[in-house]
Design a protein around this ligand. Structure first.
Ligand code: NAD
Length: 471
């Protein structure tokens, strides 16, 4: 690796500062190793220092660091997937590998940042996308490694450093990703600690990060509780919250294809993705055919008695009458859930389906497991109306299978979701076998949608008065 003169002078400057005791040296602040620190305060201080150093590098150099992150994510995609799977027990290793590679390949980098220029009689005005500085990012257990890769690339492309507070239940995989990303940046001649985290992430460390004056932007990805907490801080916040994506199948749909796509989408990662198919609303005229085709694609159709045994296992009813998924079954294989419910199967089930009336707790609750309720409705209008109710105002994701453009348009308008997938598995909306860039942080409550580097910047205007035109 070649080291440029500018890099050498920066190292000398850092060393002089350290010797003078002018600035805290991450190496002295804790037993920190490539971004992992004893506590949240040390992680924030190290990230702040790293961000200042990042600003001394050119955009071209920043791009090199991002390329190194992408390469490291690709090289370690399997190792990270296996670590996350061992730690959380959620989903499938192969799907996690694919998500890591997706985040490495399809997360926008610095090309996402645009400068806008206006010139006129009064001179020139530039609007530039500037970094916030240090970002505090809270990440979920469901995508622990891909979210760090995706957030990390986008935030650093925007010129920031990031302090993560990973889900405690996925800390090993998340911290390993942070370490590997830092190693890659350092290997490419960049500053260490652009991605940091406390070694024991807890609700306390989360609260230190959320309230710290050096943390200028919060980016939270998770369920309702963390979104509520972050939005109450009074800080600028990008919140990516829960969803309960409905899938509507109307009478014009290619039923064979719809069945295959639904099973693929709901089976992917055992339905833990926030965008995955969580309930099906189907026009009665094609309901029997859809169910038959889904069974051919590997779905297990539970009867009424079996359904009540499954619900008894996977659903928790609180004293106030609200429902929640039993964590023991979140992200687990359908066959395992069936076995736990005392149901013997002679072949592997990809997902479990069961007919339920609309309003059943399985329809209205984000279950995060491959148990998918099917509700028959009389018309496409009724399907759309009920899909909107089931989506629960999350404005997150919805799917529809239809060959009728006006039905698709009706659904798109009524659902008003951040992602609307037509005639494909839900994951096409993330760019897996679908067009467009990817994100693992879909900001629904705060409205940024599919976040990328540009969302992690603030807008700055620079005005030059007088003529600066060539025409
Ligand atoms: P979770 O809400 O349990 O945890 C998410 C993160 O928030 C974790 O780091 C956790 O430690 C933290 N957290 C939870 N409660 C908190 C509180 N009160 N204060 C501070 N931090 C808190 O979610 P999970 O099980 O890890 O992930 C699944 C959930 O996340 C689902 O609801 C899913 O829809 C959602 N999700 C949304 C997106 C999106 O892009 N919109 C992406 C992935 C997951």
């Amino acid at each position: 690796m070649e080291i440029s003169t500018s890099q050498i002078s920066r190292y000398i400057l850092d060393l002089q500062n350290e010797l003078k005791g002018d600035s805290p040296s991450p190496a002295h602040m804790s037993a920190g190793e490539h971004g992992i620190f004893q506590d949240a305060e040390c992680a924030i201080m190290a990230a702040s220092q790293a961000q200042k150093r990042l600003m001394e590098y050119s955009l071209k150099e920043r791009e090199t660091f991002i390329e190194a992150m992408r390469a490291a994510a690709r090289e370690n995609a399997r190792k990270l997937a296996e670590t996350a799977h061992d730690e959380t027990g959620y989903g499938h290793v192969e799907d996690k590998v694919a998500k890591n590679v997706l985040a490495a390949d399809k997360t926008p980098g610095i090309e996402d940042l645009n400068t806008m220029a206006v010139s006129g009689d009064a001179g020139l005005m530039l609007t530039e996308m500037a970094p916030y500085g240090v970002i505090g990012a809270i990440t979920p257990s469901t995508n622990p490694t891909a979210t760090v890769i995706n957030n990390g690339i986008g935030m650093i492309a925007g010129g920031n450093a990031v302090v993560f507070n990973p889900h405690p239940g996925a800390k090993k995989a998340s911290l390993l990703t942070i370490k590997l990303m830092n190693e890659a940046i350092v290997g490419a001649g960049g500053p260490d600690n652009l991605l940091c985290a406390p070694e024991e992430p807890t609700l306390d460390t989360s609260s230190v990060i959320m309230s710290h004056p050096l943390v200028k932007l919060l980016v939270v990805t998770g369920g309702e509780a963390v979104v509520r907490t972050a939005m109450k801080t009074g800080k600028k916040c990008i919140a990516a919250g829960p969803g309960n994506p409905p899938v509507v199948v109307d009478g014009t749909a290619d039923i064979k294809r719809a069945a295959a796509d639904i099973v693929k989408g709901a089976h992917y990662e055992n339905c833990i993705l926030c965008i995955a198919e969580k309930e099906i609303l189907v026009e009665s005229c094609v309901a029997d055919e859809l169910i038959r085709e889904m069974v051919k694609e590997g779905a297990y159709l539970a009867d009424e008695k079996e359904l009540s045994a499954i619900v008894g296992k996977v659903m928790i009813t609180a004293k106030d009458g609200s429902y929640a998924p039993n964590k023991k079954y979140v992200g687990r294989d359908a066959t395992y859930i069936l076995k736990e419910a005392g149901i013997c199967v002679d072949r592997e089930a990809k997902i479990i389906i069961a007919e339920v009336p609309f309003g059943h707790p399985l329809v209205m609750t984000e279950m995060l497991m491959p148990v998918i309720p099917v509700t028959r409705v009389a018309t496409v209008e009724e399907a759309i109306e009920k899909a909107v109710i089931a989506e629960n105002g999350c404005h997150h994701t919805a799917m529809m299978h239809s060959e009728n453009v006006s039905n698709l348009t009706k659904m798109a308008r009524a659902a008003d979701t951040t992602i609307f997938v037509k005639n494909a598995p839900s994951y096409a909306g993330l760019g897996i076998d679908g067009e467009g860039y990817t994100t693992l942080t879909i900001a629904t409550p705060t409205g940024e949608g599919l976040t990328s580097a540009r969302n992690f910047t603030r807008s700055r205007r620079c005005t030059l008065h007088g003529s600066f035109r060539i025409v």
